[in-house]
Design a protein around this ligand. Structure first.
Ligand SMILES: Nc1ncnc2c1ncn2[C@@H]1O[C@H](COP(=O)(O)OP(=O)(O)OP(=O)(O)O)[C@@H](O)[C@H]1O
Ligand SMILES: [Mg+2]
Length: 448
């Protein structure tokens, strides 16, 4: 298929395109200004010539009207003057001027007089080199004053200026093109360095960073931004790896426990209490399935990237009442009607996780309140969480009481699910000291 010039242009490198574009614009601008300069200069010089010629002509006319013309007429600036009488004869001239042939014949004189504007005349037929500017004035008694001034010098100067511009302009354009080519090359060098090192980055490379140029320009900020992105990606990947290894770790102990119980039971079938074994195995299986469910919940939260699964109006007070009812030791102190937008199942999981924690750690009672401003609190009177750990416990697989019996505690995903779900619903979670015990304060935006 034929390639259009536009396609060809688009295929060229940035360096070439920028250089050509800059040179073209400069060439155009210079050509335009050269043309303007020559035109203005030409006009200004001609105006000056016309003015002085006119002054001379007027002076001669005044003398002609007064009949005080001398022969030859004297002018001080080389203006040629012919005074022609009513019958077309030349009566007075400046020194060295033709006395027989008028510079302009009768018709031409009448033309110039009618237009009132000076005219241009080739001087060669009158043995004058170059062109002349001619002014015609009429005087008394049918006399006509013809004044002319050679403009050869002006034309030579203009021609010289044009020649200088003709050579200088392309030279300037070439100079600019070379300078742009070099400068753009220098500017683009760090970008190609960035590109090369970006190409070298593989997912196994240890340090994945791009070289940051020393100059504090756009390329510098591009490299810094890209490095920021790389480090965020690396962190995310590390978190993912840690999650996988933590999950595997958590799976190992219930699986080992199941295996041990079954091996013991099968190794000594005589006198084996199968219901007991089954109970033990069932307990471990429940732990495994809870872990799987929690991991799935977190994976879904990650997938959705901070938005709830649904945005339906949920009667939070209803959810709270139903959930708290399932816990014998819990007391629902306040339960104002509250409607929030979100996912009822996810919100009930939040409360379940908090209740599980509170019931597990409390020494006597658990109190739950829900106020009309969308603030839900779960308070227990257990050991509480020390100030310095109150942020950390929200991380995945973080357990403070890992020394305690594992059978009771979970994998350490509960609070992570709580915080991420609440954030997805546009709310906040805070842990407070209930002295004694812990108060978890969840506040959710109320839908009106
Ligand atoms: N009400 C509480 N009182 C004292 N400590 C608590 C309380 N709630 C949570 N913690 C501490 O915070 C840790 C993290 O809680 P989180 O709910 O995330 O995990 P978990 O309860 O151990 O396990 P999971 O919820 O996955 O079954 C707990 O291991 C516990 O040490
Ligand atoms: Mg928990």
């Amino acid at each position: 298929m034929a390639d259009s010039p536009l396609d060809w242009w688009r295929r060229q490198g940035l360096r070439f395109r920028l250089t050509v574009a800059a040179a073209a614009v400069l060439a155009l601008a210079l050509a335009l200004s050269a043309w303007v300069l020559l035109t203005v200069l030409d006009g200004a010089l001609m105006d000056t010539v016309d003015e002085t010629t006119m002054q001379q002509a007027q002076a001669v006319r005044v003398a002609a009207d007064a009949n005080t013309l001398t022969s030859p007429i004297t002018t001080h600036d080389g203006t040629i003057v012919q005074v022609i009488d009513a019958r077309g004869r030349i009566t007075h001239v400046t020194y060295g001027t033709d006395r027989l042939v008028p510079l302009l014949d009768a018709r031409a004189r009448a033309d110039v007089l009618a237009h009132g504007r000076p005219t241009m005349l080739d001087g060669r037929p009158y043995a004058i080199p170059g062109f002349l500017r001619v002014v015609v004035l009429s005087a008394d008694h049918g006399q006509t004053v013809v004044a002319a001034r050679p403009i050869g010098e002006i034309q030579t100067s203009l021609a010289t200026a044009a020649r200088v511009l003709l050579v200088g302009t392309p030279a300037l354009v070439v100079l600019l093109a070379v300078a742009s080519w070099l400068m753009i090359g220098r500017t683009l060098r760090p970008i190609s360095a960035l590109r090369k090192s970006a190409a070298d980055i593989t997912d196994t490379a240890r340090s994945r960073r791009l070289p940051v140029p020393q100059s504090h320009d756009e390329v510098h900020s591009l490299a810094t931004t890209l490095n920021g992105m790389l480090s965020r990606l690396e962190e995310a990947e590390q978190r993912q790896r840690a999650l996988v290894s933590d999950a595997a770790h958590e799976l190992r102990s219930p699986l080992a426990s199941i295996r041990l119980q079954l091996e013991v039971a099968l190794g000594h079938p005589e006198g084996q209490q199968w219901p007991e074994t089954a109970e033990g195995v069932l307990e471990d299986t429940m732990r495994l399935s809870r872990l799987a469910e929690d991991l799935l919940a977190l994976a879904r939260l990650d997938e959705r990237g901070g938005v709830p699964a649904r945005r339906e109006p949920v009667d939070l007070d209803e959810v709270v009442r139903q959930t708290v009812d399932r816990y014998g030791e819990a007391r629902l102190a306040v339960c104002d009607p509250v409607v929030v937008r979100g996912d009822a199942l996810d919100l009930s999981r939040v409360l379940t996780n908090l209740m599980d924690n509170a019931v597990r750690h409390t020494s006597s009672k658990v109190e739950v309140t829900l106020t009309a401003d969308g603030v839900l609190t779960v308070t227990d009177d257990g050991p509480g969480i020390p100030e310095q750990d109150r942020e950390r416990v929200f991380n995945r697989f973080t357990r403070l009481d890992s020394g305690r019996s594992r059978d009771e505690g979970g994998a350490g995903l509960g609070l992570a699910i709580v915080r991420e779900t609440v954030h997805a619903h546009g709310g906040t979670v805070a842990l407070q000291d209930a002295a004694p015990g812990l108060r978890v304060v969840v506040s959710l935006p109320v839908s009106r």
